[in-house]
Design a protein around this ligand. Structure first.
Ligand code: NAP
Length: 406
């Protein structure tokens, strides 16, 4: 069996093994390397081909005896093939990945004005594609002539592409620019794919701007690399199948709903039948503070509890593939909405008010269920992507699993 792999410095969260297992028919492993190990690794490895990621896409160029015209123009290599004489051939499949990500939009972008944030390897790839499509583009670099201090010169930008790592896991929530400064912007692309929606993409959604993440590019460049490794074309639906598979695997489910509606129980059942980890934000707060929730309310008040809840949600909502049972009042803090949306499908468990369990539920007891329902029902509905009537937690969990193909 032929053997391939990925080299880079930090590879812990790479999706490449998943992608290449779906391309199929070969072994694919991760090889994290320190800079001083790179040359020796490329000389001695018995791999038949290699993918290259941050920070080595330029560094490997002198180690290739031949480059594809595309890799040469872009000045960056992400796929290397071992030639029969033992030397390396360097190619760039990120180019195809970005073209795939643009999809049909590519035909409509000619003469539009784009800003490309960042000037590294991915930026060079994006600029090469834009040059071929006739997109007028400016690179914004922290140290360049066009920088984040004079963005007002480009307030007429219609497309913004983020090629910086700003907002990437674990630094979720950071955004390289404020989109409010670009009133003509109609398309925002973030090459980041973890989280699913960066703060930049969430801003775009809020403003009604078309927003795309980098997952399609990642999948398409991987499929193209697999084709180069095997020397044959893959089936034409493979890229879409990979995108769907990674999306499903990485998306978390956040359960919201009235206190006592069964979120914790449904989360536990879902965890049992899907093998995904269940996390309960109330439980997390208890583990972190050592104080039970009713006591936090009585000793420190609701505001303090909400702050603890937002912090707990900030941490868990970054992670991928979880089942998260949120507190009933999570929807009373607007900031929590973006935290939920960044990586998750939000599911509202709607339960008959007469069935709500108010034991140990401080707000249900002080405010009363009727008032709480009035305040929160519109929020549960507007925050959720899906609504399930929860009459039997076990059946609800099975239905969610089946509907979402978890
Ligand atoms: P890179 O070569 O290190 O370039 C990143 C650039 O971002 C830097 O050159 C820098 O440009 C800018 N930058 C870095 N830190 C910054 C900060 N704190 N604030 C503002 N700007 C900063 O990395 P790359 O290979 O181009 O990758 C960049 C991003 O694209 C990563 O998040 C990577 O995961 C993603 N990517 C995705 C795909 C995909 O398939 N979806 C493919 C390739 C890359 P200046 O110094 O000019 O500001």
């Amino acid at each position: 069996m032929e053997r391939f792999g990925l080299i880079g410095r930090k590879l812990g969260h790479s999706f490449s093994p998943d992608i290449h297992s779906m391309v199929g028919g070969y072994e694919y492993k991760l090889y994290p390397l320190e800079p001083e190990e790179l040359a020796l690794f490329l000389r001695d490895t018995e791999l038949d081909g290699i993918n290259v990621t941050i920070p080595y896409k330029k560094d490997v160029i002198p180690m290739c005896r031949e480059l594809s015209p595309r890799a040469k123009t872009i000045g960056s290599v992400n796929t290397m093939l071992r030639m029969t004489d033992g030397s390396w051939f360097g190619d760039n499949t990120d180019y195809y990945g970005f073209v795939y990500l643009l999809g049909r939009d590519a035909e409509t972008l000619k003469d539009k004005k784009a800003l490309v944030l960042g000037s590294g390897g991915a930026s060079q790839t994006v600029c090469a594609v834009f040059r071929e499509l006739g997109v007028s583009h400016t690179v914004i670099s922290r140290t360049g002539e066009n920088n984040y201090g004079n963005l007002s010169l480009h307030s007429d930008a219609e497309i913004i592409v983020n090629t910086t790592p700003v907002g990437m896991y674990p630094n979720n929530g950071e955004s390289p620019v404020n989109l409010g400064r670009f009133p003509r912007c109609r398309l925002v692309i973030d090459l980041i794919y973890n989280p699913t929606k960066t703060a930049l993409l969430l801003q775009a959604e809020e403003l009604g701007i078309t927003a795309r993440n980098g997952l399609a590019m990642l999948a398409a460049q991987g499929v193209k690399a697999g084709e180069l490794f095997l020397g044959k074309k893959s089936n034409e639906n493979l890229t879409e199948e990979i995108i769907e598979c990674i999306r499903r695997k990485t998306e978390s489910i956040v359960l919201i709903g009235m206190p006592g509606c069964g979120k914790t129980t449904v989360a536990q059942y879902l965890s049992e039948i899907t093998g995904r980890k269940a996390v309960d934000t109330d439980m997390l707060i208890y583990e972190q503070t050592g104080i039970r929730i009713p006591e936090i309310f009585s000793r420190y008040g609701e505001k303090h509890f909400r702050e603890l809840e937002t912090e707990a949600l900030r941490e868990v909502s970054k992670e991928s593939g979880l089942i998260i049972a949120a507190g009933g009042g999570v929807v009373t803090v607007p900031e929590n909405r973006a935290l939920i949306r960044q990586n998750s499908i939000c599911v509202f468990l709607d339960s008959d008010p007469s069935r709500l369990d108010v034991t140990d539920r401080p707000i249900s007891q002080t405010k009363g269920i009727k008032k709480l329902l009035e305040e929160r029902m519109p929020l549960y509905r507007s925050w959720s992507d899906r609504i399930y009537k929860n009459e039997n937690s076990h059946e609800t969990a099975i239905k969610i699993k089946e509907d979402m193909k978890l």
